[in-house]
Structures are given as C-alpha cells and as structure tokens.
Design a protein around this ligand. Sequence first.
Ligand code: COA
Length: 359
Amino acid sequence: MTVTVGIDKIGLYVPQYYIEMTELAHARGVEPSKYTIGIGQDKMAVPPLDQDVVAMAANAAASILDEHDLLAIDQVIVGTESAFDYSKSVASYLHELLDLQPYCKAYEIKQACYGATAGLQSACDYVRLRPDRKILVVATDIARYGLGTPGEPTQGAGAVAMVVSESPRLLVLDNETSLFTDDVMDFWRPNYEAYPLVDGQFSNEQYIRFFSEVWKNYQEKTHCEFSDFEAICFHLPYTKMGMKAFKPFLEEMSEEERERFTARYQEASIYNRHVGNIYTGSLFLSFISLLENSSVLVAGDRIGFFSYGSGAVGEFFAGELVEGFENQLYIAEHKALLENRKMLTVEEYEEIFMEVVDS
Ligand code: COA
C-alpha cells in the first residue's frame, strides 16, 4: 500500500503593525512606484518590540493545532534565519509553549530562506515510515536589512505553521524533487553582524540561475512540463522576484498558458505584497495566498514550488490538491489578521527598529 504524505493544515501569523511602502518611499526620497511596481510591495509588516520569532511561531502553530495533533506530533521542526540563540533552538521554546507531548524531538534548521523546505521534506520522509505520526513544521522570521539600505523595502515579519501527516487533507507531496547547491556569497550574516551582508543584484542573479537549474533537473527526472501544473509558487523575498525567474519560461508558452500562470502568480503574491519578506515562510505564504485568493483551483490540480535559500540551495518540488482541500483553509481568519493591523508612521517604525538594535 502506498502511503501518501503532505500538508494536512497550514496556518499563518503576521504582526499587528505595518507601514505603507509609499510612505517609506517618500521618507527615503524614492519614487513610490519603485517600491510598489519595481519591487512589487504595498505594505511591510513590522513586529512590535515584545514579539520575537518564538512568539510569531507559537501564534501560527496555535491557530491550527487541535488536541489530536498535540498527541500525534513526534517532532517540531523550525526553519529560521533570525533566531536569537546559537545553541538553543526556537523549537524547544515552541514545544513548551504548545504543550506538545514530551516524547518528541525539537530542533531548528538553518539554510537562509530554504530552512523550512528542508524541514518539510524531512517531515514527509519520517511520516512515510511512520504513517500514524505527525510533524509540526514552522517557518518564522523577521527580515531586517537596516534603515535606508537597498534591502529595506524587502523587509517583513511573520510565521507559517504546517502539520505534516499521512493522507493529508490539503496537499499530497510527491517523493521526487530536484535540488541544487552551490557555495555563493549572495547573502550571509556572520555572528558579529546585526544585519545580513548582501549583494542584492548578485542574489537576484543566483535565484534566477538556481530556478533554471532545478527546473532543468526536475524535467530530466520526471519528464514534466509546466503545462502539467496549475500554478507555480515561488519563494518571494519581494513579489517581483519570482516573476523575474519565471519570465523567460513564460515567454516560451502559448498565450493561454502564459495568462493562466500569470493570473495564478498574481493570486499567489497578494499576501506577500501586504506582508513583505518573511524569509523561510515566504514560499509558504505565497501558497496560502494562492489557496485563499484563487477561485479556480480544484482537487487534483498540481502545484509546483520553488524554494531558494541564499548561500545557496534551491529545490523544485510538487504536490497535488486533495479532494475537500477548501475545508482546510482559514480564509476569514487570515483576511482578518491582515485587515485588522495598525498602520505605523515611518517615524514610529524607525523608533521600534532602532530600539531593537540598541537592546
Ligand atoms: N518605477 C517603477 N520601477 C522602478 C522605478 C520606478 N520609479 N525605479 C526603479 N524601478 C525598478 C527597476 O527597474 C528594477 O526593476 P527590474 O528588477 O525589473 O530591473 C526594480 O525597480 C528594482 O530597482 P533596483 O535599482 O534594481 O533596486 P535596488 O538595487 O535598490 O534594490 C534589491 C533591489 C532586490 C537588490 C534590494 O532590495 C535587495 O538587496 N534586497 C535584498 C536581497 C534580495 O531580496 N534578494 C533576492 C533573492 S533572495
């Protein structure tokens, strides 16, 4: 008997503050259209001083877990690149906060924005061998580049939590994936730096190169075409990024297919456009955005995913929507979370930002 595994539930948390990108553009003396069109961001989530990656992760996970999950979860895996401790993992705190059963493994994975994908694949492999068990995978990050830097408009904060199980009710993930690793210095944060060191244009180029590499490898392994997919979700540090990598492939497609993928891409970037970069969670935020903003998805649709983590690792993987997947969505809750946020002025945002640096 074949065991199907994948994502049974997916939850989101974003902080209650945000700033408008047009306001930030005015404050930085930049044309607002550079941020809203050139980068593709409308709002940027700002975490309050008393909210860290653990608090965001706990909120995202608590929004989806029930008592059965708490007893069946064998591992809590956290992907993050903005944790505050080099030794103790965010997962240990999360295990305690969520009151998970004690015979459980808790750990953290680091590989820039790729960490949660590594966690998800590891969770699937574990559940394939132990179909009665579940795993909680959480992506949680605060993206900070520094005031007035080129990376500033691509900041953000938030967490995505996923329950991985056998016979998942949302998305069955394929066994076959394609991976690509190369040691590149596009974005890194040595332990003596408060902010990452980043060569932004070089990192754009690497993202594009890695997408092309993993797609080529995926095709060689599976003989799939883009036409086999209803949508492709991308890691979105800013919403223009995935499109930059996808564009050469879109140009080779029929007009009908190009329009379909462009429409799905737009749906899959609505939430990211209003939250900003959440590093490890950005790909999964895009998936939630697609699920909750598209009216054309049906069970059986295949979704492709491109994960990229600077440094760098890329992966292309895929899954299939399950019958009744729409019952697993938290559309009203997530829309309320995004709509009920409080807007900060740029001065208020800067004050919070500098207080974190000084603390
Ligand atoms: N109206 C509309 N678009 C405008 C514009 C305006 N007034 N002014 C500039 N633009 C466009 C540019 O043409 C460019 O578009 P393109 O990417 O299609 O060429 C885009 O806005 C960005 O402008 P650019 O000058 O390239 O921005 P930048 O050098 O200031 O910063 C990043 C862009 C992404 C490099 C920077 O934000 C960064 O370093 N981010 C962090 C790293 C990152 O996210 N890497 C991605 C891979 S993980």
